[in-house]
Design a binder for this molecule. Structure first.
Ligand SMILES: NC(=O)c1ccc[n+]([C@@H]2O[C@H](COP(=O)([O-])OP(=O)(O)OC[C@H]3O[C@@H](n4cnc5c(N)ncnc54)[C@H](OP(=O)(O)O)[C@@H]3O)[C@@H](O)[C@H]2O)c1
Length: 321
């Protein structure tokens, strides 16, 4: 699969490095709004083609797929153009900045019969998939409670896009999305009730937030997220017959199944150092087998996440004094 990159920034660096570990995937082109940036990135990663216009990527005959790694507010237009040109799309999370755009993009992919995947790499990790399987198999009994957190401290003066509302900034879209995807994957359904609070900072984006989700069978999930405070990204799921524990759930490499007393019963460890490799493999496998969705990061998950984030954003937003 020959793939082109749009938006050669920080995350595109990691992606290009991870592609080297995936068989049959070649980064073949890169496009940036800045000619020098495209050229530098291409030289560093030995990419044969560098462009200073995004259109050049979706117009390039030899390309099979495009990885969209530009800022959140630019995903929709770029992904739509790629899909309409028949290119498979791997789009960074969150796929779009709102539910309406997300629905429209998924519809375009379906109508055109083209592969579209949100780069929700957490959903492609073996440890995450194992945890979901344990829950489905009843290994922890009826789930009663789930908690997860993803928060770091990013200095505002260096934060760039993160603190600009028009660029799709804010903690919910940046890291809250992982908590939402995780909760949805573990519970296997949309919550029936959503309560939330968001702390809006002086630049107008949510800097911290929390959400309480309640599910049909009575289970409750507590999710917290932020870009103005460091916190351990641990997750726990408690059930009537056991528990599941993981550290750094969004990039989890070890998951523990425990009994109700917290004694470890079973463990899965992932030897892959860079979780992006799982995501790229899932995308490439879907492409090679003619699928329109990739394993793990399904269209339904993307849609449910976008819906949930809108519900949370609609909940109480407090401005800082
Ligand atoms: N999967 C993950 O673990 C992960 C982690 C971090 C971020 N992300 C996601 O990846 C995407 C990119 O994040 P990043 O941290 O890599 O971003 P970044 O380095 O700040 O920027 C990526 C690209 O976006 C464009 N850009 C940056 N600032 C812009 C601005 N002010 N106005 C217009 N365009 C701008 C630039 O494209 P040009 O070169 O074309 O100008 C830049 O190369 C986001 O959607 C983010 O949510 C994913």
């Amino acid at each position: 699969m020959k793939i082109g990159i749009i938006g050669p920034g920080k995350i595109a660096e990691r992606f290009a490095n991870a592609c080297r570990s995936v068989e049959n995937v070649t980064v073949y082109a890169v496009a940036s709004s800045n000619r020098e940036r495209a050229k530098r990135f291409a030289d560093k990663h030995q990419i044969p083609h560098a462009f200073d216009r995004y259109e050049a990527v979706w117009q390039m005959q030899e390309l099979d797929a495009v990885y969209i790694a530009s800022i959140n507010s630019q995903h929709y237009a770029a992904a739509k153009a790629c899909l309409e040109a028949g290119k498979a799309v791997l789009c960074e999370k969150p796929m779009c900045v709102n539910l309406a755009q997300t629905k429209a993009l998924l519809d375009t992919a379906r109508q055109r019969g083209v592969l579209l995947m949100e780069a929700m790499w957490t959903a492609t990790l073996p440890c995450i998939q194992q945890a979901a399987e344990w829950i489905r198999a009843g290994r922890i009994g009826a789930v009663s409670f789930l908690d997860c957190c993803f928060s770091f401290f990013y200095p505002k003066e260096e934060g760039g896009r993160l603190f600009v509302p028009q660029l799709g900034g804010g903690s919910l879209l940046d890291v809250g999305v992982y908590c939402m995807a995780f909760s949805l994957l573990m519970m296997g359904e949309r919550p029936t009730s959503v309560k939330s609070c968001l702390q809006i900072g002086d630049t107008g984006v949510d800097e911290m937030g929390a959400a309480l989700l309640q599910f049909e069978a009575g289970a409750v999930a507590s999710c917290s997220f932020g870009v103005q405070g460091e916190a351990p990204a641990d997750a726990h799921i408690y059930g009537s017959q056991g528990q599941i524990r993981m550290k750094e759930f969004y990039c989890c490499r070890r998951v523990e199944l425990c009994d109700t007393a917290g004694q470890v019963v079973e463990v899965l460890e992932d030897s892959e150092e860079d979780g992006f490799v799982h995501e790229i493999r899932a995308f490439a496998h879907a492409f090679d087998t003619g699928k329109q969705e990739a394993k793990g990061a399904s269209h339904q998950l993307t849609l449910d996440c976008a819906w949930l984030m809108e519900e949370i954003a609609r909940g109480g937003a407090n401005r800082s004094r």
